[in-house]
Design a protein around this ligand. Structure first.
Ligand code: PBG
Length: 328
């Protein structure tokens, strides 16, 4: 008899497909990145990210309440800094009254069952748009570390639950852990952007926070990773874990699922993937044109992160997918 094995038998009915399914997306896997801006009662569209808006703090609180109700575990905050506050040294990063710190305090006052993650890097605050301090055209490592520590501590003081260094300086996780502990924040978690690539898929994000114009024709290739490399990602992740990272992240997401897979297999630590702005933009734009089905592509892309081994996903689709899963 031919064929001897009929793989299609298990796929024939809906109930059977559900029964044999190996992976599942849950609302517990989601971290929702949210862009914030100064002012009150304003939502500003981001043209390169259809459906995503920058929110003033009052609207952020509303979004947070919705997120908590949907059982989304955590929000990640990204500030669009007033250009007048951007400097060479990015001093606004460690101003305890900066937009992010005020937003975190306001969120924490709501007493929601919701984690707050803050990015640590200087790009929202520097006039040159780089993640670190620049000397003679080079992003300097060790001088930047001090500033990142100060930024981490003011964010923790504001009530941030998860500090997420996205700067890719060497040694930052270790010194940030030490600075947090010294300031009494032993329980603040660190999610390291451990394998973060110098990717063109961050373009819409840089529009959203307004760092793209500052960066101009500059790039981040002297500190973010070369997309050609995967052995190097293992070294990066290993270092961040040894320096005290509680969780690690791979970024971008969809083009780097092989890295997610390797990291999870090799280190067995909570591993996250960031489905970045450009990935969101691709799906959204194609859906707007009627070329792709938005809902199906969203669900499929997120499920694929789970299959690759991710414990969770930072995704601009978080609220939409949580609503969809709840209504099903
Ligand atoms: C800042 C930062 C970036 C992103 C997250 N944190 C941009 C960059 O490194 O230039 C990108 C996220 C996205 O594209 O959605 N260091």
């Amino acid at each position: 008899m031919f064929p001897q094995v009929r793989m299609r038998r298990n796929r024939r009915t809906d109930w059977s497909r559900r029964l044999v399914s190996e992976n599942q997306l849950s609302v517990n896997d989601l971290i929702w990145p949210v862009f914030i801006q100064e002012g009150t009662n304003q939502k500003t569209e981001i043209p390169s990210m259809p459906g995503v808006q920058r929110l003033t703090i009052d609207h952020l609180l509303e979004a947070a309440r919705e997120a908590a109700e949907l059982k989304i575990p955590a929000l990640a905050l990204f500030p669009a800094t007033d250009p007048a506050k951007k400097t060479e040294g990015g001093e606004e990063a460690y101003n305890s009254e900066n937009l992010v710190c005020r937003a975190v305090r306001a969120l924490k006052a709501e007493n929601l069952n919701l984690g707050i993650l803050c990015d640590v890097a200087l790009d929202p605050y520097t006039s040159h748009g780089q993640d670190g301090l620049v000397k003679e055209g080079y992003v300097v490592n060790d001088e930047t570390l001090d500033v990142l520590c100060r930024q981490s501590v003011v964010q923790a003081e504001a009530g941030c639950d998860i500090i997420a260094p996205s700067d890719m300086m060497d040694g930052r996780v270790g010194v940030i852990r030490e600075a947090l502990d010294e300031a009494g924040f032993q329980n603040v978690q660190i999610m390291a952007y451990a394998a973060k690539y110098a990717s063109a898929f961050y373009g819409p994000f840089r529009d959203a926070v307004g760092s793209g114009a500052n960066l101009g024709t500059g790039d981040k290739r002297t500190y973010q990773m070369n997309p050609a490399n995967s052995e190097e990602a293992m070294r990066e992740v290993g270092l961040d874990i040894s320096e005290g990272a509680d969780m690690v992240m791979v970024k971008p997401g969809m083009p780097y699922l092989d890295i997610v897979r390797r990291v999870k297999a090799e280190f067995e630590v909570p591993t996250f993937a960031y489905q970045v702005s450009g990935e969101y933009a691709m799906i959204s734009a194609a859906a707007q044109n009627g070329w792709l089905d938005r809902e199906h592509c969203m669900l499929e892309s997120l499920l694929c992160f789970k299959r690759a081994g991710a414990d969770g996903i930072l995704t601009y689709f978080a609220k939409e997918v949580a609503q969809l899963m709840q209504s099903n």
